[in-house]
Design a protein around this ligand. Structure first.
Ligand SMILES: Cc1cc2nc3c(=O)[nH]c(=O)nc-3n(C[C@H](O)[C@H](O)[C@H](O)COP(=O)(O)O)c2cc1C
Length: 184
């Protein structure tokens, strides 16, 4: 019997940072792969405290980018910006949002961001406690990123891991998947 293999539709760079919502991002990655998208992942060191490299490698069949100075990764942060059709940062911590808006490039994800020219869609799906989301630093950074053409998605409202209720929750995987498709 002929096994139909999905043809790669588009290349997606999926980037994760240190949030409890990393597990939700895996559902989005899994859905993208099942739909035939080619997905490569990048993580901060702190994201790896919430999710294992094996999970991401198993889902995408690609190694995870974490360290800019890893042997095999030399200059791949530039190559990735050419390879990708869309980048998404999901979940995006308050820390990474504020770092990107300040132009800091001290880890893999922020370095890739500085190498992007915004001719391709760059989406950010924030996930954080309601006070972090409402913080003046975060509000200002979201404004700056939107001015630069970055598509910062909204957040869900409701129960948060810390027990609070309010804005800042990561959108549900299905909504994030739809945003990716819409922006490709
Ligand atoms: C259990 C736990 C859950 C966390 N969840 C979040 C979160 O959802 N959003 C956030 O902005 N920070 C969260 N943090 C704090 C970040 O992990 C911390 O600011 C870290 O420095 C972010 O690093 P990164 O942006 O380089 O991944 C959490 C920390 C812990 C210990």
């Amino acid at each position: 019997m002929l096994i139909k293999r999905p043809r790669f539709k588009k290349n997606i760079l999926f980037q994760l940072t240190g949030s409890i919502a990393c597990y939700k991002a895996c559902n989005v990655i899994s859905k993208l792969v099942q739909e035939g998208y080619e997905v490569k992942t990048a993580c901060t060191e702190n994201a790896l405290k919430f999710i294992g490299k094996s999970t991401l490698e198993g889902l995408t069949r690609h190694a995870v980018y974490v360290d800019t100075f890893e042997d095999r990764s030399a200059l791949e942060h530039i190559e990735l910006t050419k390879w990708m059709d869309l980048a998404i940062l999901c979940p995006a911590t308050a820390n990474i949002i504020n770092k990107l808006a300040a132009g800091i490039g001290d880890d893999y994800i922020s370095t890739v961001f500085l190498a992007c020219d915004f001719s391709k869609p760059y989406l950010i799906a924030p996930a954080m406690n309601r006070h972090m989301w409402a913080h003046p630093a975060t509000r200002r950074s979201v404004g700056i990123l939107r001015e630069w053409g970055v598509k910062v998605l909204g957040t869900g409202t409701g129960y948060q891991a810390c027990g609070d209720k309010g804005a800042g929750r990561l959108l549900e995987p299905e909504a994030i998947y739809k945003e990716i498709k819409k922006n490709l």
